[in-house]
Structure formats: C-alpha cells, structure tokens
Design a protein around this ligand. Structure first.
Ligand code: CP
Length: 330
C-alpha cells in the first residue's frame, strides 16, 4: 500500500504507477467490504469537501462521488458552468485558486474534444488540492479502475493472458466520447491482459492513447491488436466490453457522424456473439446503455453481464482514490 499519494491528482491513470493504482484497488476492495459489513468509515474524510464540476450530465459519476463523500464523512458540492462564474468566462487559475482555499478536492467532467483534459491540468497547476477526472475527452480513469476491480473480482488478481475485448457498437441516440475505450486500452494492457480493440474504419482512437497501449503491452508482455471485425474480436474472449463511441478523430460534424454511424448497424452485442467468447466470459458496459442497439436485453440482463457490479464499483474505487489523496495528513 502506497502512503505517498496525499495531494496527488488523478486526471489519468497514465500519471500513476502500477503500484500506486494497485494501492487504490486494494483500498477499494477493503472499503467495499466495510460498506457491505456496515462498518463505519466516516472518519476517513471527515469535514472535507469535494467540488464536483460537471460540464455534461451524469447518473453514475455524480451519485457515486457524492454518496462516497457522505460515507467518508465529508461533503460534495455539485457545480456546473452556469451555476458558477465559469459560465461567464472565469478562468481555471481563478476558479482553482479560490476553490482550493475552501475545500480539499476538485472533480471535473469535461468531455469537450481538445479542451477537457487540458482544462484539468490547468486547474491542477493553480489549485494545491487534488484534481480528479470524472471523464474528459481522453480518459475516464475512474470508470476504467472500477472495471478493472470488477474483472479482478471475477478472474482473480493475476489477469495475464486473459483476452480483453473492447468493441465499438452501433447506437443511434448520441455520440459518446472516446474516453472509455481509450481508458480501457491504456489500463488493461498494464495488467497483462491481451487487449483487442475492434471498430469499423473511421472510429479510431487518438494516436497517443494507441501508443500508450502498445507500450504498456510491450512492457507487461501482453498483446495489443486493433481489428475491424467484431466477430473475430469476440473469438475466445474472457471479457466482452461493447459500447458505442463517435468517429471523433475523423469528424464531429453531426450529419457526417450520423452517416458514418448508420453504416454499421450490425455492430451489436448479442447472444450469438457472446457464444464466440469463452464460456465463462463476462459482458461489460459502463452505462448508460442503448438497450436493443448496443446489446440485446438477453445479454444485458443475462448471467454473463456484470454491468451493475461495474456501476457499484465506481463508488468503492472513487472512495479509495479520494481517501488516498485527500485523507491522512492535514
Ligand atoms: N459510466 C458513467 O460515467 O456514467 P454517467 O455518465 O451516468 O456518469
């Protein structure tokens, strides 16, 4: 367990070493046990405050951070640009320095392409309290850590040689950012899983995240491949993570996006495709999910689905991350 994480930002898992991330996973498991046993742990962040700044809406992220702070004895404040002077153009320096005079951490969801992650690093430059990414244009580190925790619960801590598939799926409703698939390829390769990224042409990841995934795979002795065939990806998989994202590295122009998405309506996670995977394979999705489009109800509600475990583990891993960085000293 690392005891040197006090004050550290959590903007991307790339900024944390494997032992540091392992500390969070261990503490997340311990806090989950305490929660299940009804063991009080509201001394860990007593009287501390987390500011949660949302540029986009949320169900899981907001409620898991907010209830997490309550369970740890602290308080979380929900902020949006329009509820603050950020909407009138107040910059990251002024926002960050002022909030750091009042509280103990700032969490941000800002998925604007080319803006979201740089905004958090700008805040981090000025605010001498931890900054947490609640999802941005590049990474969704809390989601990926909750997903890793969920996979470890199913397959144990030694994941080397397990086949992890993250596949694009069709969804008609709205264009999702790249942050979840990018977070997954960057993190799962560090734990030695053989990662297959599947998507139609035009739905590529940002080059730096592909480079990071390749580098981590080489370091951990794992495989990393990109394919354009969903069936081939699912063959022999242990983990089938299937979700939609936009062709963001190509275009964000709405009509062109819709045209590109509509060309691939057959990319859906159904029972036939799950049958290509290992018998004990699990089906994952970060939610919200477009039922009937991204996956069939039979898969979503079936015995291989762990989607509610993933959602629950957001609570436990975020409590661990906040305790390690905002608790202890001071
Ligand atoms: N998975 C996830 O981040 O969900 P929300 O968008 O509801 O927060």
């Amino acid at each position: 367990m690392q005891s040197t994480l006090y004050g550290k930002d959590f903007i991307t898992t790339e900024d944390w070493s494997v032992p540091e991330l392992e500390s969070a996973l261990e503490m997340g498991a311990e806090l989950k046990r305490r929660f299940a046993m009804g063991e009080p742990h509201d001394h860990l962040l007593r009287a501390r405050t987390l500011f949660m700044l949302f540029f986009e809406e949320s169900t899981r992220t907001r409620n898991s951070f907010e209830t997490g702070m309550t369970q740890l004895g602290g308080h979380a404040i929900y902020l949006t640009p329009s509820a603050t002077q950020i909407g009138h153009g107040e910059n990251a320096k002024d926002t960050g320095r002022v909030l750091a005079r009042y509280g103990h951490g700032i969490a941000v969801r800002d998925c604007r392409t080319g803006i979201g992650q740089p905004y958090q690093y700008d805040l981090a430059k000025w605010a001498d309290i931890p900054i947490f990414s609640m999802q941005d244009d590049v990474d969704h580190p809390c989601q990926a850590m909750a997903d890793l925790m969920t996979i470890r619960e199913r397959f144990g801590n030694d994941l080397r040689g397990r086949k992890f598939v993250i596949s694009w799926t069709y969804a008609p409703k709205y264009v999702r950012p790249l942050s979840v698939p990018q977070a997954l390829i960057m993190l799962m390769t560090r734990w030695g899983m053989d990662v297959t990224l599947a998507h139609p042409k035009g739905f590529e990841m940002m080059p730096p995240t592909l480079k990071a995934a390749r580098q981590h795979a080489a370091e951990s002795g794992a495989k990393f491949e990109v394919v354009n065939d969903m069936d081939a990806a699912f063959e022999g998989a242990d983990v089938c993570y299937a979700k939609s994202w936009g062709p963001i590295t190509v275009t964000e122009e709405p009509k062109e996006v819709q045209r590109m998405v509509d060309e691939h309506k057959g990319w859906k996670c159904d029972e036939r495709r799950m049958g290509l995977a290992q018998r004990e394979a699990i089906y994952m999705h970060c939610m919200p999910i477009d039922r009937g489009y991204e996956a069939t109800d039979a898969v979503i509600d079936g015995p291989q689905s762990v989607i509610y475990d993933e959602a629950e583990n957001r609570l436990h891993i975020q409590k661990a991350l906040m305790t390690l960085t905002m608790g202890g000293r001071g």
